[in-house]
Design a protein. Structure first.
Length: 279
């Protein structure tokens, strides 16, 4: 049996409840100086049950808002809590979608948006489940697959059709129940730039090939349904803003990142104004 650090369970059987998440985030933001916060303290303050806390913290970690194991806010989490604690703004949701669906650790979320939807492998919830069972067979026990997959697929569908992520209109459903993704979505320029810098940092790179990143799993291009041409146009705008360099030489288009900028700087730009260079 192959084991990995990927999590087959994020929601712990719950749906995406932004009000519960905001309560936990509000509690954590008052304790930014602490290096570790215990779940029992979160429970006492928020009134949520142990299982609810487990679910909310897990979801917060999947979105990159909470640090796993220590239950404190990440730098990104602290910024978002300051400006959009209920996760309502389009840019916030775009960033959270990138974090949740783009991190391979979030197993089901990642598989749906990086493999099933782009390749149009299945169009229904039952089809998604069958595809996931087949692709994950041998990697996890039958008990793990049977217990968690349906809950996690339900969590993703509900989050994008009925809850906060519905605002992004990424996931759509026909009247006959078929599921599909919208393509060529507009992403707020500072948020897209933050994604590109984060994507590159995760790979230890400062130079990205446009053709490769436009099709790569976990990339903002794939997660938001850009084709290569649409992605190039978005990159050209970021280049015009002076946020990165878009270079085209010898039939090779590439993105060169600037050393004095970071993903966090562009997230701050979205919420607060002009981009500050890394000091």
């Amino acid at each position: 049996m192959v084991q990995s650090n990927r999590k087959p369970q994020i929601s712990n059987g719950y749906l995406f409840e932004s009000d519960q998440l905001s309560r936990v985030l509000h509690f954590l933001t008052a304790r930014l100086a602490e290096k570790r916060i215990y779940r029992k303290d979160i429970q006492e303050s928020t009134g949520l049950s142990n299982r609810q806390i487990e679910s909310v913290v897990s979801i917060g970690c999947a979105l990159g808002l909470i640090k796993p194991g220590v239950q404190i806010l990440t730098a990104t989490g602290a910024l978002i809590v300051e400006h959009d604690i209920f996760l309502e703004q389009t840019g916030t949701l775009q960033w959270c979608h990138y974090q949740g669906a783009g991190n391979s650790r979030n197993l089901v979320w990642y598989e749906i948006f990086n493999r099933i939807l782009p390749a149009e492998l299945a169009y229904t919830e039952s089809g998604w489940l069958a595809n996931l069972r087949n692709s994950l067979s041998g990697q996890y026990t039958d008990r793990t697959i049977g217990k968690h997959l349906q809950q996690e697929v339900r969590f993703v569908i509900d989050a994008y059709l009925n809850r906060n992520f519905k605002k992004l209109e990424i996931l759509q459903q026909h009247s006959d129940g078929r599921l599909y993704r919208r393509r060529h979505l507009h992403v707020e320029p500072p948020i897209l730039c933050a994604m590109i810098y984060d994507y590159a940092a995760g790979r230890g790179e400062s130079l990205l090939q446009v053709r490769e990143i436009s099709e790569a799993e976990g990339s903002p291009s794939l997660l938001f349904g850009f084709d290569e041409t649409t992605f190039r146009q978005a990159i050209e705008l970021l280049h015009e803003n002076g946020w990165l360099r878009y270079e085209s030489t010898h039939n090779l288009d590439q993105i060169r990142l600037k050393e004095d900028f970071s993903a966090l700087a562009f997230l701050k730009r979205y919420y607060e104004g002009p981009v500050e260079k890394v000091k």
